[in-house]
Structures are given as C-alpha cells and as structure tokens.
Design a protein around this ligand. Structure first.
Ligand code: HEM
Length: 195
C-alpha cells in the first residue's frame, strides 16, 4: 500500500508542479507538454517516456487496489462482528471514506485521461476552453479536493509509525499544497483570471 502510494504521490506532486506552468502562459505550457514527449531522447523515441509512465502508473494503481482489497478482507476477518460503537480514533471522516475517495479519484482519472487525450499538440488551448465550462472546472476542483483528503489520510497512515503530531501535520500540509496547486488552474480559468 505504502510503496505504490508513494509512487503515485510522486507522480501527483510532479503533475501539480507541471500544471502550474499554465500560469506562465501558452508557450510555456505547450512547451512543457512537448518536453514530456521528447523526455529521454535520444535514447527513447518520441512519446516513449509517456507510454512507460502510463504502464508504471497503471501497474501501481492496480497494485494499490489489490493491497487495499487485501487489507479490507483482513480487517473484516479480524472483526467479523461490526462494532456497535466504533473506536473514535480510527473513524475520522477521511478514514471512513478512503475507499470511496480512491474510487472517485480513479473515476476522475479515467475521464481526465480521455479528456486530455484529445488535446494533443495544443493542451493550453484545450484546457482553457474546457475549464471555461463551470461544471468541468467544478469537476476538476472537486477531484483535487477528494484527492487531497485521500492523500492526507493515506500519507498519515503510512508515516504514523514515525510518531507524534508532526506526522499528521506534515501529511495534511503536503496534501493541502498539492490540492491548492490542482485547484488553482480550474479556479483561475473559471473565474476569468487566466486562460
Ligand atoms: C485538477 C487539475 C488538473 C489539471 C489542470 C490537469 C491537467 C492535465 C493535462 C493538461 C494533461 C496532459 C499533459 C500532456 O500530455 O501534455 C494531464 C495529464 C494527466 N493527468 Fe492531469 N490534471 C489535473 C489533475 C489530475 C489529477 C488529480 C490526476 C490524478 C490523480 C491527474 C492525472 C493525470 C494523468 C495520469 C495524465 C497523463 C495522461 C497520459 O498518459 O497521457 N491529473 N493532466
């Protein structure tokens, strides 16, 4: 769970940083998109890195899902009778919704990859036109918030053994920064500040 989570989080952080290029304008954003396609050249051919990334991310998502399922089965076996009053410490809002937030982020990614795949060559123009629809911008912002809750709790679970309130604060802080970066683009376009 932790290894695949860390890999997926590394992608998410890199993606959030890349997204902020949107505020540098069209040339910078489209140039960054081109760079993604020539990454690894001349050893790798055009677009190879992206395919490699898709393969690794798909594998990581499937393994993350398999680990989550295994943990759920183990928990159910360990406690076949439901708690009448669940212990408070482990029933935070994010904890209870971990599975659903994971599924929701997964559903968004399927829509999102379909959405951006039609933007080849001119991602800035596509994104700007897309996010001008308030409902698309809202879906992107909502996905960023759900992802933030998922990351905050997942990261906290992973680093909890390191102890102290610092672990929680650090997890929430990192998730908040990533969420803010992801929300910034749809918010800026929908409100007319950028794009
Ligand atoms: C909310 C703000 C977001 C914006 C504005 C955004 C924008 C984009 C853009 C423009 C691309 C295409 C890049 C290119 O091919 O040049 C892209 C690709 C991608 N995004 Fe996002 N994204 C957002 C959030 C997310 C989130 C939350 C996830 C996952 C948790 C995600 C996962 C991906 C993946 C997997 C790809 C690669 C698709 C491929 O392999 O071609 N994105 N995103």
């Amino acid at each position: 769970m932790a290894v695949t989570g860390a890999l997926l989080l590394a992608f998410v952080v890199a993606h959030a940083v890349g997204d902020l290029k949107f505020f540098e304008g069209r040339a910078a954003f489209d140039g960054y998109s081109q760079w993604l396609r020539t990454l690894g050249a001349p050893v790798l051919g055009r677009g190879w890195y992206l395919w490699l990334q898709r393969a690794v991310l798909t594998g990581a998502v499937l393994a993350h899902l398999a680990a989550a399922t295994a943990l759920t089965v183990r928990d159910k076996r360990a406690r076949p009778v439901r708690y009448l009053h669940r212990p408070r410490a482990t029933t935070g809002w994010a904890a209870r919704t971990m599975r659903w937030s994971g599924v929701a982020v997964g559903a968004f990614v399927v829509y999102h990859v379909w959405d951006v795949s039609s933007a080849a060559g001119h991602p800035y123009r596509h994104l700007a036109a897309d996010l001008r629809h308030w409902y698309v911008a809202a879906a992107y912002a909502l996905a960023a918030l759900v992802l933030g809750a998922h990351v905050a709790h997942g990261l906290h679970g992973a680093v909890r053994s390191l102890g102290g309130p610092g672990a929680r604060r650090l997890s929430v802080a990192l998730a908040a920064v990533v969420t803010a970066a992801f929300v910034a683009v749809p918010l800026a376009v929908a409100s007319g500040v950028a794009g």
